[in-house]
Design a protein around this ligand. Structure first.
Ligand code: PXL
Length: 281
């Protein structure tokens, strides 16, 4: 049996609403990858669609946690960072990558900060600049179209895209420094939605779309990123892992739409976890 891989997931814990560590941990574990966690903050709920959420900032604990891991000689095959509550946390995460990076370490950064043309309530344009820099320290980045436009200093455009639009964005994003880019929220028409991936080393671009499901659901970025990273760490190629992430995220959204639970409670990924796990034997 191959040794199990270990990833350190650096995200907040939002108690209710199914995003960040409450979805990253179960999904990565189901892929058969050990998921260690560094919580960056503890919130009562995520910040989209709930009023008066609590926010316990854990910035001061992050470096002591990393130093303890280092002292105990704990090694990681991979890092996956997502929502970071402040500019200070972005710098600390960069330092943590440098502390632990070995030639084979795979680092994925999801520059979680915006969607549908708007920054999340906690962030400013300084956060955008910081995240763009952090993307330069990653091997794989997973921005949505809003985050992509903001990090590139471009105007955000929604609506259908051509292959040329997508290729232009993907190659510009690779210019931030990561070799592999997965752009989410891409679509060619009104009835499709998915992701496109680019490997700057081979120049290969894949467009991976599914049928659009009406409505907007919270936490889909973290569910998508977790399905993607689990598959990458289990040896799937970038296009294969992107296909898996699109298929499973859409399946979770379809179940949620059928449940009628609304957008803010996250998506029903639990019901498809067992099938996802079977992909990896
Ligand atoms: O899904 C990304 C995310 C993670 N963590 C918190 C959030 C969000 C998105 O809004 O608010 C706290």
């Amino acid at each position: 049996m191959n040794p199990i891989k270990r990833v350190a997931a650096i995200h907040d814990i939002s108690g209710v609403g199914k995003c960040s560590l409450t979805v990253v941990l179960p999904i990565i574990s189901t892929a058969g990858v050990e998921c260690s966690v560094m919580p960056t903050a503890v919130l009562s709920t995520h910040t989209g669609g709930f009023e008066g959420f609590t926010f316990r900032d854990l910035t001061e604990d992050m470096m002591p946690i990393a130093e303890h891991w280092k002292k105990e000689n704990i090694q990681f095959d991979a890092f996956y960072s997502g929502f970071l509550g402040s500019l200070g946390q972005i710098d600390i995460v960069k330092d943590i990558f440098e502390m632990f990076r070995e030639p084979e370490t795979l680092i994925m950064v999801d520059p979680v900060m915006a969607d549908h043309g708007e920054l999340y309530s906690l962030f400013t344009m300084d956060h955008v600049k910081g995240m763009a820099k952090l993307c330069g320290h990653a091997d794989v980045i997973v921005p949505n179209r809003t985050e992509a436009a903001f990090m590139l200093g471009r105007e955000y455009k929604d609506g259908p895209m051509t292959e040329a639009d997508i290729d232009d964005l993907l190659t510009a994003l690779a210019g931030l420094g990561a070799k592999q880019v997965v752009l989410t929220g891409t679509h060619f028409g009104d009835d499709d939605l998915g992701a496109a991936c680019y490997d700057a080393e081979t120049g290969r671009i894949d467009y991976i779309m599914d049928k659009r499901i009406e409505g907007m659901y919270h936490g889909t970025g973290d569910v998508f990123g977790s399905f993607l990273f689990g598959a990458l760490l289990r040896g799937r190629s970038l296009p294969e892992a992107t296909r898996i992430a699109v298929d499973y995220t859409c399946a979770a959204i379809r179940l949620t739409a059928a449940d009628g639970t609304g957008p803010r409670m996250g998506v029903r990924f639990e019901s498809i976890l067992a099938d996802y796990g079977k992909l990896f034997g």
